[in-house]
Design a protein around this ligand. Sequence first.
Ligand code: MRU
Length: 331
Amino acid sequence: MGVTTETRSIDWRDGAVVAVDQRALPGDYRLMRLATVDEVIGAIRTLAVRGAPAIGAAGAFGVALAARAHPADEPAVRAAAERLAGARPTAVNLRWGVERALRRLPEGADAVLREALAVLAEDEATTKAAARHAAELVRSMCGRRPLRLLTHCNTGRLATVAWGTALGAIRELAATGHVAEVLAGETRPLLQGARLTVWELAEAGIPHRLCVDAAGPAALAAGMVDCVLVGADRVAANGDVANKIGTYGLAVAAARHRVPFVVVATESTRDGSIGSGRDIAIEERAAEEVTGYAGRDVAPAGTRAFNPAFDVTPYELITAIVTENAVLEIP
Ligand code: MRU
């Protein structure tokens, strides 16, 4: 299998999902082939495939795999779809991708696959459009000059199909000479910032420094940041945003120091059925992610942990939420 950094983070080839194994980066850029529903679920749960739009596409392909495996057994496909949608609870894109593909099931397995391929193709276009709108908003708020930006987790081409949301906006700003430096938060405990965002920034030639998560609010307090740009896993009807743990603290500090805090997401991340962030299910992950590091224990044996993968930022702390369609009105 030809491995190139130009490959989409997730794609469909010869009857299977082919995706970048994000666990192996930055040391190893390798593709994995996922040919069964269980393999797709495993990849989502272990964050081999991660980021809201990327898991939405994976979910849609998972349904396509189920439909091909059980061409005459609709209940089996629906059961597989439910397992896929439940693989991770917070990013609404996963259920959105699964349900979108599942709606085509009455037309047969080929129609399901066509829908999953449409999800894939649309993601590149929608993240590019959202990123372009966000970049223009940032230029208009912060000035057409090289800006010092802060971002969290990984919202780039790895987290989507090919471009990125918040990191896509940073790519756009860099292309027009409007990035002085990006501060990338490392994003404990799985280090999506250190491993993935820094890898993408280096690949794109965008000036950057890595900081521990706790340094983000300190950088805001020290006047080192012109704008914070983050992605989202679910946007509630009132504009509350669930995103990677640590986002809320950055938003509080940004509001305290009057620095614009911009969320970039696709429409597929909006969940109009949820009134406010209070009702968003927050994934809690294994204690070992916190009590150990790189396969070694760092805390005393038996230590219990609190390990939420996401937090909720209330709309009052957000300057703007930008999608491919609009800058959303925040109450
Ligand atoms: O647990 P992860 O790595 O899947 O969390 C990802 C994030 O929180 C991203 O910020 C979000 O999915 C937006 S990706 C464009």
